[in-house]
Design a protein around this ligand. Structure first.
Ligand code: MF3
Ligand code: CO
Ligand code: CO
Length: 259
């Protein structure tokens, strides 16, 4: 049986450094996210920034993923592949998901950006999805059930008449890209195993304006879109369970996400 790793202080420091680099990569790229640029241009800058800081972009060649980060526009839920043809335009919302390997340790974080005049519904979805992530994070403390993360996110999303993606989950992270456990974003109260100090995992809710279902692009095998092509938003942080609560390892402070 695979188990949830309790990280040592040395591992925690390594994962903290990698997560800070991932967060700082998002902060850095935020200056370049604007109307008219291609997602491949952003991917190249992300790759260079990560390598210039002595790290490796984890997505590159991960199970055949061809680029250094995921960029997911509008109806794309996650795992969008940066390319030359996808040009940011007025009204778009997008997620950039960065995972770094620094001295062998993984940090994983993503954020949304909005381009120009987005619809009121899109702006609310982005704000509410970030709020949903923080409702999940507030559940992190030793002795609490993993299920209460997804319970709080699911209840909030339902009250706002959104749906929560259930086909992709958060995950243990740090020594490897995807470790135990799977962190569900919608689930029953007090379900799953209990959190312990020293565990590190992501919370990364994907919330949709329409139906929850995801469909994977048949041609590229990665891009996950909403079944009804309605908008989807996602935010992600890497979280450490501390003795009395949590530390958001990938938090690097505020920066502008409305462009
Ligand atoms: N960063 C994503 C996550 O949050 C995983 C991307 S896998 C990739 O788990 F291969 F698409 F990069
Ligand atoms: Co993740
Ligand atoms: Co990620």
């Amino acid at each position: 049986m695979s188990q949830i790793i309790i990280k040592t202080p040395e591992q925690i420091e390594g994962i903290r450094k990698s997560s800070q680099l991932a967060g700082n990569t998002l902060k850095y790229i935020s200056d370049f996210v604007k109307e008219g640029v291609s997602t491949l241009y952003l991917d190249k800058l992300v790759e260079k920034y990560i390598r210039d800081h002595g790290a490796i972009p984890a997505p590159l060649n991960y199970h055949g993923f061809p680029k250094s980060c995921c960029i997911s526009l509008n109806e794309v839920i996650c795992h969008g592949i940066p390319d030359e043809k996808t040009i940011l335009k007025n009204g778009d919302i997008l997620n950039i998901d960065v995972t770094t390997i620094l001295d062998g340790y993984y940090g994983d974080t993503s954020t949304m950006f909005t381009i120009g005049d987005v619809s009121e519904a899109a702006e609310k979805l982005v704000e509410d999805t970030e709020h949903a992530l923080y409702l999940g994070i507030e559940q992190v403390k030793p002795g609490n059930y993993f299920g209460n993360i997804g319970f709080m996110i699911g209840r909030y999303a339902k009250a706002k008449k959104y749906s929560v993606v259930y086909e992709f989950c958060g995950h243990g992270v740090g020594i490897d890209f995807h470790e135990e456990p799977q962190v569900e974003h919608i689930c029953p109260k007090n379900s799953g195993s209990k959190m312990k100090a020293g565990m590190i995992f992501t919370i990364e809710p994907m919330i949709n304006l329409g139906k929850a279902r995801a469909i994977i692009d048949e041609k590229d095998g990665w891009t996950a879109r909403t079944i009804d092509k309605k908008l989807s938003a996602q935010f992600e942080h890497t979280i450490l369970v501390t003795e009395d609560g949590y530390e958001i390892l990938s938090d690097v402070g505020d920066y502008e996400i409305f462009k």
